[in-house]
Design a binder for this molecule. Sequence first.
Ligand code: AQP
Length: 327
Amino acid sequence: MTRVFSGIKPTGNVHLGNLFGALTRWVDDQHRADSIYCVVDLHALTVPQDPAELREATLRLAQILLAVGIDPSVSTLFVQSHVPEHTEGAWLMECTAAFGELRRMTQFKDKSDKADFVSGGLFTYPALMAADILLYDTDEVPVGDDQRQHVELARDLAERFNSRYGPTFTVPRATFPAAGARIMDLQDPTSKMSKSEDQAPGTILFLDEPAAIEKKLKRAVTDTEAEVRYDVAAKPGVSNLLSILGAATGRTPEEAAQGYTQYGPLKTDAAAAVIERLAPMQERFRELAADPAETARILAAGAEKARAVAAATLTRAKDHIGLLPPG
Ligand code: AQP
């Protein structure tokens, strides 16, 4: 059976980009594949975090994943730091990656340019991500387009390790959605919608009220033409609205464009579709948030299942690379 693995960071609030770029596919994939999903809290540490907020955000994110539809009776859902094999695997990957390869990661360039403090972890985090993926003999990694380069690196590292030390890791491939692979900021449709832009009018959050969603979509930047057409280069704002409408209604952006001649109705319909899509998930989230002990139980069971797979792969990798097994 195909093995699927993906992760999400407990930083900021889940937004429409996360939902359409990744999470809705996580839910779909769990019915056709053996699916393992992870709240990657160690990745959050690449920038300084408030400890209490990080703990709270990790639990809340797990509850959002359950609310979106991750079913712990068919998928494995766990928190990365509960499975220590990830950090050990990351060291093997750091030693397999070339310095120049890590330096070429565009997310590192973007984030380090903006940050006052650039941690070593921000630089090496793609190696941790490679370990996350490779520890589970992953075939497919459902991600948004912004993660394309990191999954490519995981592929390269798996191939390099296998050719140096013999067959060890499954070589994974990224999968992307037909609509919503890259949801852009509503105010700056040339930048991706992002968790760090939490309070911004350009980001629609999973927990936004209907009025806030309507307001943000009504104010979305478009252009001075009056033609509804999917053309990311020439019409980034309108194309983003079509991606959102398409993803919310299960259509491609081109299909979503049909029948529209003006921007106003497109924005109104996009808002209605997003509100309708989010409402039942938000309701389920409120129920789950009232019972944190149940989420903790699900995460503990998930970590146990995940650890059994990760430990076997790590033992194989350590053996192949020449580390002496304990006596
Ligand atoms: N705008 C997006 N469009 C489509 N997919 C997206 N993803 C993220 N943004 C978009 C996908 O969501 C999954 C979780 O990614 P993450 O935990 O890295 O979330 P993030 O929102 O990218 O994180 P940040 O904190 O927003 O990043 P920065 O720090 O850049 O501000 C992934 O599958 C990702 O592809």
